[in-house]
Ligand binder design. Structure first.
Ligand code: ATP
Length: 210
């Protein structure tokens, strides 16, 4: 099973990378593909260009075989919709099942994603969460109905399912956001241990968020 992990990555940081590795090893995935959005559909235009965000992902993942970077959304014209990305990945990886990895904060808004119900049928979904996550914290909704019907708690059964199921995967909790990093750069603050050194070096050299 291949993990797919979309985001703006403006810039990529350890709050993306460590949970991606946690899911990779917890589920013995063949790889996790980090997919930067070209034109994000659900938020403001990123400050870094798509080429810069792609470059920062390459720097962050160099020598880490578990994590690969996929540029299909930045190559595609128009807004980046995950449903299009999934259809494109399925055409490329006909023999592999896919799981979409989504942070809990993003998953809460999943019903606003284009064709979200089609996504739930085409792939499995891994929701990264706190170790003591309580399903009752998600309000009653169509999304909650999906979880009720689709959740599998047994990892091996989840991995045996080609699509249509979801799994809550506890990951390392890191209170890091790209927003905070962009703010810190503007203030000339300390960036060490929030994101990889190579990314820090690149974004300062390119003067991206100053
Ligand atoms: P911004 O601060 O600009 O909104 P972000 O740091 O939240 O950005 P995104 O690129 O928007 O990063 O997020 C991509 C994915 O990474 C989403 O699924 C999100 O839930 C997840 N994610 C982001 N930060 C963390 C974190 N600290 N821990 C776990 N997951 C995270």
């Amino acid at each position: 099973m291949i993990g797919i992990y979309g985001g703006t990555f403006d810039p990529v940081h350890y709050g993306h990378l460590r949970p991606a590795i946690d899911v990779y090893s917890e589920l013995s995935l063949s790889e996790v593909r980090l997919i930067p959005a070209g034109v994000p559909a659900h938020r403001d235009v990123p400050l870094a260009s798509s080429t810069q965000r792609y470059q920062m992902l390459l720097l962050a993942t160099q020598n880490i075989n578990a994590l690969t970077v996929d540029d299909r959304e930045i190559q595609r014209a128009g807004s980046s919709y995950m449903i299009d990305t999934i259809r494109s990945l399925q055409a490329d990886f006909v023999d592999e099942s896919l799981c979409l990895i989504v942070g809990m904060d993003a998953f809460i808004n999943f019903e606003t994603w284009r064709e979200w119900q089609a996504i739930t049928q085409l792939v499995n979904i891994v929701i990264t969460c706190r170790p003591n996550f309580d399903l009752d914290s998600i309000p009653e909704s169509d999304l909650k109905g999906y979880i009720r019907g689709a959740e599998i708690q047994d990892k091996d059964k989840f991995l045996a399912s080609p699509a249509g199921h979801c799994y809550f995967c506890p990951v390392t909790q890191l209170d890091i956001s790209a927003t905070r990093i962009r703010d810190l750069i503007k203030q000339g603050g300390e960036l060490n241990f929030l994101l990889p050194d190579a990314v820090i070096h690149y974004l300062l050299q390119e003067q991206i968020y100053q």
